[in-house]
Design a protein around this ligand. Structure first.
Ligand code: VGL
Ligand code: ZN
Length: 198
């Protein structure tokens, strides 16, 4: 796990029941280890006075993001349902939560969401929260490596942050075998430090 300090933020991506619980509709294999290692990172960040920000995928009942409505995903993380809640084992409330996908947008990145029909992009509050806290470096953990972690990391790199991704605190959906590895390679190409960081 990396060293935290007051100019480093820990971004905990989408550790919600639908991704992190075996009964979840989009359960990601390896999520239990992610929860344990995310908790370790949260404890270290909190102890070092670093900002912790959580993201939540937060969808309406119908959105073109879902297969039933023309998209590719099973129904997941519907606002105010069990599936959208943080996994019970996750250390919560160490910092603010940014919800994405509200209004039916695709919300892969914690920083930006996108209308799946028009492609129009919208900002979440995440960048403002980081700016206000004087953050220069982001450590990104959570689910899933090949979707929300990847997009959050790529946006953070684009925005000029130094980005670290501890590989033992992320896990991939792997719709296609190798998606997780490809996502980690894309993050490395974008300038992120992707490693088993102790
Ligand atoms: C995610 C698929 C659909 C994620 C969100 O959090 O990685 N994946 N919506
Ligand atoms: Zn989603």
């Amino acid at each position: 796990m990396p060293q935290f300090d007051s100019s480093t933020a820990l971004i905990v991506v989408d550790v919600q029941n639908d991704f992190a619980h075996p009964d979840g509709s989009l359960y990601v294999a390896g999520a239990a280890e992610v929860v344990a290692n995310a908790n370790r990172a949260i404890a270290r960040a909190t102890g070092a006075g670093a900002l912790v920000v959580y993201t939540q995928d937060w969808h309406p009942e119908h959105t073109p993001h879902f297969e039933q409505d023309g998209g590719i995903w099973p129904v997941h993380c519907v606002a105010d349902t069990w599936g959208a809640r943080f996994h019970d084992d996750l250390t919560t409330a160490a910092g603010p939560t940014v919800r994405k996908g509200v209004d039916g947008n695709d919300g892969y990145s914690g920083f930006t969401t996108r209308d799946p029909r028009s492609g129009a992009q919208q900002q979440t509050d995440l960048e403002d929260i980081l700016l206000e806290a004087g953050v220069e470096r982001c450590v990104v953990v959570g689910l899933a490596t090949d979707y929300c972690v990847r997009e959050t990391v790529l946006d953070a790199c684009r925005l000029g942050y130094e980005v670290l991704v501890p590989t033992d605190a992320v896990a991939a959906v792997n719709l296609q075998p190798g998606d997780g590895e490809a996502a980690l390679a894309a993050m490395t190409d974008a300038g992120a430090l992707v490693d088993r960081i102790q």
